[in-house]
Structure formats: C-alpha cells, structure tokens
Design a protein around this ligand. Structure first.
Ligand code: URA
Length: 245
C-alpha cells in the first residue's frame, strides 16, 4: 500500500496556514432529500483503488491528512487491528503512534511480544473526526465506512501470514468477522475460529486510557495484556500444527 504523503502534507499545511478552509457545513456530507439517489461526487463506493492514497470508497479521505497503512512484517504470526488512526497517526502516517499506541506498546512489552514482530493495522484507514474549537475530536466510524475499508483489510489479511488476529475494540471485531452485529461484550476474552484464522477480542487501548475510573482502566489494560498473551500462545500452537500435520 502506498500513499502520496507530499500531497497530503500540502493539503494539511493549507488547512492550517490560512488557505480558504471548509466551513462546518462544507465539512459534512451535504444533506440530500430523503429517497434521493444522487451520489456523493467525492465517493466511489465500487472503486478498486490500487493505492490507499487514491481511495475514494467512502468520504473519510476528504478531511484526513493522509491514509494510514498497516505496518509490520508480512510473515508476522499475529496481526493487531485497531479502529482507525487518531490525531497523531493522521499527522504522522503510522498506526498507533499516539497515546493509545504508547499504551499498546506497554501492553505488548508486558505480554512478552515485540512490536516489530507483529503486524499492526486499523479497520478504517482514515481519521474520522469532528472539530471542537481547535481540536479534532475522534468520531467512531460507521458501518458503511468499515465495509468500504474492508477492501483494504481483506488485502492485508491475504498478504500477511498472520493466523492469529487481535481485534482491539468493537470496530475491529466487526471488521475482521465481517459482521456488523458482532459485539465486543459477547466475545471478550474468548477466541473465535474464523475461517483459517483465530480471532482474540479485547478492549481498545483508548478505553484503557480514558475509562472514567481507575479500576476500570486497570481491568481493561490487564485484559489487553492477557489477550496478547493468548495470541502469542495461539500463534505458537498454529506454528506447531503446521510443522506436524
Ligand atoms: N487508535 C486506533 O484504533 N488506531 C490507531 O492507529 C491509533 C489510535
């Protein structure tokens, strides 16, 4: 996956350097009369883009600095899937490099896994946000955006060796199971056999950072560590069963 970061940086600079900025109403998809079949001119739902930078399968590209591709070795045994890039990831063009990423790195270390040995990606590749003053506030991606971005996740699943997937939060779970009704609460701490892969569902690191009380944050963090340990054990089991059919 590639993207043209230069163009993205120029777009971003334009946003912050006083070039004409989209108004709030321009930011939002224009409302259409009920039943209207008129398509959003910036979106091509059936597009089959060759690169992430060209992706117009949903409208999120419009307000993002750049698309954030997954990263890690193609031969990784474990894939971690988050929700979508946050503010820091959108600016840096890499997954999990902000506060949630710092917590994830700590959990990986505690679970005895090296980040450079796992493949890290997101269900949705563009940052979905809404302005609040000067801040860009995260907005949860909708089902249509998850489905549009499934195009990329499928390619990542096909092109990496990972047979163990850690779904970090409900959006990742819906995306990897391709099931809009999948609920994190129903599968937390369980392993789900999905085709040839095993999915381990756990909390999103942001929940472990932002839950209101300290004991919930600690429980969520511990659950993430334990899911990563389970993933490690499962990946060893997959490896053994490949060696001894
Ligand atoms: N949250 C995510 O889900 N992914 C990131 O890359 C960063 C924050």
């Amino acid at each position: 996956m590639q993207f043209n970061s230069r163009r993205c940086i120029l777009r971003r600079l334009a946003t912050f350097c006083g070039s004409p900025q989209p108004t709030m109403s321009e930011d939002k998809p224009k409302s259409r009369p009920r039943g209207s079949t008129q398509a959003d001119p910036d979106v091509e739902r059936d597009q089959q883009p060759a690169t992430l930078d060209e992706c117009r399968r949903c409208a999120l590209w419009r307000n993002a600095t750049q698309a954030v591709a997954g990263e890690g070795p193609k031969h990784a045994a474990i894939m971690l899937i988050g929700e979508q890039p946050g503010d820091a990831e959108d600016l840096q063009g890499r997954p999990f490099v902000g506060p949630a990423g710092a917590l994830l790195d700590k959990a990986l270390e505690e679970a005895g896994l090296e980040r450079k040995k796992v493949y890290v990606t997101n269900a949705v590749k563009h940052f979905k946000w809404t302005p609040r003053g000067k801040r860009r506030m995260h907005k949860t991606p909708g089902q249509r955006e998850i489905e549009a971005c499934g195009y990329w996740l499928e390619q990542e699943l096909r092109s990496t060796a990972a047979l163990v997937i850690v779904a970090l939060g409900a959006t990742a779970l819906k995306a990897v199971l391709d099931d809009p009704h999948a609920r994190l609460q129903d599968t937390l701490g369980q392993t789900i056999e999905h085709g040839e892969r095993t999915v381990v569902a756990t909390y999103h690191p942001s929940f472990a950072l932002r839950a209101l009380d300290a004991s919930t944050r600690q429980r969520a963090y511990d659950a993430i560590v334990s899911a990563l340990q389970d993933a490690d054990k499962l990946s060893r089991k997959h490896k053994r069963s490949k060696l001894m059919p």
